[in-house]
Design a protein around this ligand. Structure first.
Ligand SMILES: [Zn+2]
Length: 124
């Protein structure tokens, strides 16, 4: 993988990190006690009426699943950035072969080549 390509992917990943953190920050806050990337959803406060309370519960449960999704994406992005730092980005973590650049473009957080991924997940 060329240095320019890696720099481009790093720029993309940093942008994703900022975007995901911002989105998570709009309805949750970072758990600072955790050493891992961990966000906790804030309970919305829309008002004290019954229908407002019902909306709060609905919104809270929506946010919980959204938080789960975004947090997973953020962790993937962070581990990809970590691999860039360690000089391992673009290399399959199972067979140590370079990952096809097309695959990286399609999925910038991939840490395994298509062959290994197929073997592991039996995906076609
Ligand atoms: Zn592999």
């Amino acid at each position: 993988m060329s240095t320019e390509f890696e720099a481009k992917m790093k720029e993309y990943l940093l942008g994703e990190k900022t975007r995901l953190e911002k989105e998570l920050g709009s309805f949750s806050h970072r758990n600072t006690k955790s050493t891992e990337t961990d966000f906790e959803v804030d309970f919305p406060n829309l008002g004290d009426k019954d229908d407002e309370n019902a909306s709060e519960v609905a919104q809270f449960s929506n946010n919980l699943s959204l938080e789960d999704e975004l947090e997973k994406a953020l962790r993937d992005v962070e581990s990809a950035l970590e691999r860039i730092k360690e000089g391992l980005y673009g290399t399959c973590k199972y067979c140590s072969q370079p990952i096809n650049e097309k695959r990286i473009i399609a999925r910038p957080t991939s840490s395994s080549c298509i062959q290994c991924k197929k073997t592991l997940t039996q995906e076609v």
